[in-house]
Ligand binder design. Structure first.
Ligand code: ATP
Length: 503
């Protein structure tokens, strides 16, 4: 799977989906740029989300808040004091790590050891049953499992009690070595705030430290009353937002899974206190349906309900996706109570209440949040779509089977040759189709090579204009996934394609 992931990353670069930021200067770690195909896929994902959330719900509206916010916002939300990762340095390599990730990696290694033992035992079981051997394996597996539980509990307790010395001790007790130098000589663990800061205003007028928002949610909370009043919204109602967020992540790995600058698509749904569990269940259901409707492998999604809750939540669940490196969080669904609005009331001195005419009462609403990283969603689609196929004729191809409604380019229009008026005819077709969908004209290379390139780009249909086209106004339409070609009158193309490729 590691190789597969490398191939996916390579493909993303080769076909203009994702580039390393500032690549000519050797890149900037955990920052990425989207290329000509990536920007289209991203745009389509945004649109799919926005349509499902805002257009399809009459009680949900959108906003676009600024990235910079008043610094007190982050005091109120808890980010200034508590948005931290525990860091540790290796004294030999001088490399910096997240203590929780070092421990997580250790746990993962033991897990893999268990899996290996179990697989081996199962295989041996079929060959020759040896009771002692079986029991010994069983005991080792149980002991390792117990060890994992013990380590996870100790880490959790240490973090809850802010006992950073014990986190360091745990790393020493587990004999965790620096993956680079192999050294086990660690510094103390300290907390590191993940927010990026900068200065606003010139020094002469007194500069103020401000932050790049680490989440888009707070822009919604501080605008809660503005939207409710001007939009005459009645509870329950929601505010949706798509925008950039910034986190100074320490561990930069796994490509666009964990970035320092990324994009979030968030909904904050305001409900009557006491009704939050009903809406929490409703949104869990809605969101998983939305994911599954994309049409990629259904078994790659699962819920992970949180037992340990963040300070603001009374229920939380992640939708996880089976990335090439395993099941990981794709979207978070939280019941945030009235924590954020209450905090903003305290820090701003302004009332953030809603008068509910149905029960004749004013209250601070409770909030259900759904929050998804657009870049992670992008990665899930890319990973799922990437296929290396062996064909019947012995050749092979790489194809991106991106669902057609999300594909960057919907149709490639290809004249079979560069002469005999075929290019002109092809352009005529393209000029008609481009009013309704993204198209690409391509006359370079032999036709077979061109099909492969557009397969690799993820373009679901290729239209070929040949000499017969000039006689009877028909073209062939090639399906990316089946590679089958169908002859069709030009007059029927637009309607045929529109049904297949548009959202
Ligand atoms: P993680 O535990 O993976 O760091 P998180 O629990 O901190 O994620 P949230 O604060 O719940 O994440 O953010 C909501 C969503 O934003 C996540 O589900 C994820 O899709 C996305 N996200 C968060 N951090 C990043 C990041 N550094 N890069 C890309 N996407 C991110």
């Amino acid at each position: 799977n590691e190789d597969l992931f490398k191939n996916i990353i390579g493909h993303a670069k080769e076909y203009g989906y994702v580039f390393q930021s500032s690549e000519i200067y050797d890149g900037l770690s955990a920052v990425y740029d989207y290329g000509q195909n990536g920007v289209e896929l991203k745009k389509n994902l945004r649109e799919y989300w926005w349509k499902a959330m805002v257009q399809m719900h009459e009680n949900i509206v959108g906003i676009d808040a600024a990235i910079f916010m008043h610094p007190t916002t982050w005091k109120a939300s808890g980010h200034t004091d508590a948005f931290n990762d525990p860091l540790i340095d290796n004294k030999t390599s001088k490399k910096r790590y997240r203590a929780d990730v070092l421990i997580e990696d250790w746990v993962e290694k033991i897990r893999q050891k268990i899996d290996k033992e179990v697989t081996k035992a199962e295989k041996r079981f079929g060959e020759a049953f040896n009771k002692e051997e079986f029991l010994a394996t069983n005991q080792r597996v149980l002991a390792n499992q117990a060890k994992i539980d013990e380590v996870e509990n100790r880490f959790k307790t240490a973090m809850e009690n802010e006992d950073l010395a014990d986190v360091k001790q745990l790393i020493i007790d587990l004999e965790i070595a620096d993956p680079i130098s192999g050294s086990k000589d660690w510094t103390d663990v300290r907390q590191f705030n993940l927010m990026f800061s900068t200065e606003m205003g010139s020094t002469a007028e007194g500069a103020n430290k401000i932050y790049l928002r680490p989440e888009t949610a707070q822009g919604i909370f501080v605008n809660f009353l503005n939207v409710q009043k001007t939009g005459r919204m009645k509870i329950p109602f929601g505010i949706a937002q798509i925008g950039k967020a910034f986190r100074n992540e320490i561990v930069a790995r796994q490509f666009i899974f964990r970035m320092r600058e990324f994009e979030q698509m968030e909904l904050q749904f305001f409900v009557r206190p006491g009704e939050e569990m009903k809406w929490y269940d409703y949104w869990k259901e809605e969101r998983i349906k939305w994911h599954k409707a994309i049409g990629i492998a259904q078994e790659n999604y699962r819920f992970h309900d949180h037992l340990k809750l963040a300070h603001y939540a009374n229920a939380a669940s992640d939708i996880e996706y089976n990335f090439p490196f395993g099941f990981k969080e794709l979207e978070g669904i939280h019941s945030r109570t009235d924590f954020d609005l209450k905090q903003h009331e305290i820090h701003s001195g302004k009332k953030l209440q809603y008068f509910d005419p149905e029960i004749n009462e004013s209250y601070v609403p409770y909030v259900i949040e759904t929050s998804i990283g657009l870049d992670r969603l992008f990665l899930s689609i890319l990973s799922d779509s990437y296929k290396e196929e062996q064909l019947e004729d012995g050749s092979s191809r790489v194809v991106l089977k991106i669902p057609a409604f999300l594909a960057p380019t919907k149709v490639a229009v290809l004249p079979l040759t560069k002469k005999d008026g075929l290019p002109e005819k092809a352009r005529e077709i393209l000029d008609e189709l481009k009013l309704d969908m993204t198209c690409q004209y391509d006359e370079k290379n032999a036709i077979g090579k061109r099909y492969r390139i557009h397969d690799a780009n993820g373009t679901p249909f290729a239209i070929t204009v040949d000499h017969q086209t000039l006689e009877d106004n028909t073209v062939t339409v090639r399906d990316r996934d089946t590679m089958e070609q169908e002859r069709m009158p030009i007059a029927e193309l637009a309607a045929f394609l529109d049904k297949k490729v548009n959202m």
